[in-house]
Ligand binder design. Structure first.
Ligand code: PLP
Length: 400
């Protein structure tokens, strides 16, 4: 195998990088990326083994928990897409969120986080970090004043999702980053809802961008995976030592699935977002619907901010039904195409009732603060025909 990827021109569009970025070819010159389904690597001599444990080069591997050629291709491709120097792939999105935060934090540190978060992210910030002496302050992520008041000299990191799960709040990435950087804090953004196609958070000030690759990156609901994108220093000196010793590494097979998916991610996500815009417009004002929350609609509270930092409204929306949980359940049970499940970013449109599933763990008060009402449904738009999705949603509304 030739060492390292084939050099690419500097100026390539992300779409081209998503097809060619990071590819390594063996002595056989295969077109499609090889799966190196091996946990270990053989050394030419005892001296070579010793030398590699002292310092391994960028394309020298020791053990798949530390790194693997197929995983390395995925990491390299993701770093190129995100515009960061490096990346580390993880077994799931939560391994990426936990890895990025736990690797850098220690007792006595302070973290400021938006409160509108995916349930498991909230668990890490509320339950795990605090158990180890990290103080966490939660703010309304859409209110820059609250960030300004909460960030203080010992703040080591800020964390948020933009867009947020499931209520699609938009956070001013540049504004929060400027406040955090003024005290030397790291900006960690969970960019899952926005996708690497539609929003480059690192360009807007984020130092560390984390993904659940399970969502739009795979995009076809097959594999769990995650990735942390950041500077080479952060990845190699902070994230890698933590992750390689604690066991959250991505499997080579899953990395290969993700590599194949990245080739079509741009096409998929743009098509899904275009359909989402049509569906949101078609559902606005429908009888029985209190609200359609979609950043691409002019009535979204942060519509203008979203237009400035993201291309379009994305692939996710929330529908709030009149009539609470009972109406929401009747609506779900009447759907014939859209699936009741809790993945997102899939080729198949998927709908979730957050109050009884992903955010069930929260108290009713917490849910109210986050806008997760009994009538709220989170809808992930897939690759089906827009007219068929609208007909399915309207048919279910009629059944309510
Ligand atoms: C799904 C999700 C995660 C967790 O990803 P897994 O791959 O399921 O571990 C983290 N953040 C957000 C915003 C998500 O939607």
């Amino acid at each position: 195998m030739t060492k390292g990827p084939r050099p690419l021109p500097e100026t390539l569009h992300p779409r081209t990088r998503a097809v060619h970025g990071g590819t390594r070819r063996s002595q056989y010159g295969e077109v499609s990326e090889a799966i190196y389904l091996t946990q270990g690597f053989v050394y030419d001599s005892a001296e070579a083994a010793e030398a590699r444990f002292i310092e391994s080069g960028p394309d020298e591997f020791i053990y798949a928990r530390y790194g693997n050629p197929t995983v390395r291709m995925f990491e390299d491709r993701m770093a190129q897409l995100e515009g960061t120097e490096d990346a580390f792939a993880t077994a799931s999105g939560m391994a990426a969120v936990n890895g990025a935060l736990t690797a850098m934090l220690r007792a006595g540190d302070h973290v400021v986080s938006a409160k509108a978060l995916f349930g498991s992210c909230l668990y890490i910030l509320e339950e795990i970090l605090t158990r180890f002496g990290v103080e966490v302050t939660f703010v309304d992520g859409t209110d820059l004043d609250q960030w300004r008041k909460a960030i203080r000299p010992e703040t080591r990191a800020v964390f948020f999702e933009s867009l947020s799960n499931p209520t699609l709040e938009v956070i001013d990435i540049r504004g929060v980053s400027d406040l955090a950087h003024a005290v030397g804090a790291f900006v960690v953004v969970d960019n899952v809802f926005a996708t690497p196609v539609l929003q480059r958070s690192a360009d807007l000030g984020a130092d560390v961008v984390v993904y659940s690759a399970t969502k739009h990156i795979d995009g076809q609901g097959r594999c769990l995976g995650g990735v942390i994108c950041a500077s080479r220093d952060f990845i190699r000196k902070v994230a890698e030592p933590y992750l390689k010793h604690t066991g959250g590494s991505l499997s080579p097979f899953n990395a290969w699935v993700m590599l194949k998916s990245l080739e079509t991610m741009d096409l998929r996500v743009r098509a899904q977002a275009e359909t989402a815009q049509k569906v949101a417009e078609a559902m606005q004002g429908a009888a029985g619907l209190a609200r359609v929350i979609y950043p691409g609609l002019a009535d979204h509270p942060q519509h203008d901010l979203n237009a400035a930092q993201m291309q379009g409204g994305g692939t996710m929306m929330a529908l709030e039904l009149d009539g609470g949980k009972e109406a929401a359940f009747r609506f779900l049970n009447a759907l014939r195409i859209v699936l009741i499940s809790n993945n997102l970013g899939d080729a198949k449109s998927i709908i979730t009732h957050p109050a009884t599933t992903t955010h069930q763990r929260l108290s009713e008060d917490q849910r109210k603060v986050l806008g997760i009402t009994p009538g709220l449904l989170r809808l992930s738009i897939g690759l089906e025909d827009a007219g068929d999705i609208v007909a399915d949603l309207k048919g279910a509304l009629a059944a309510v």
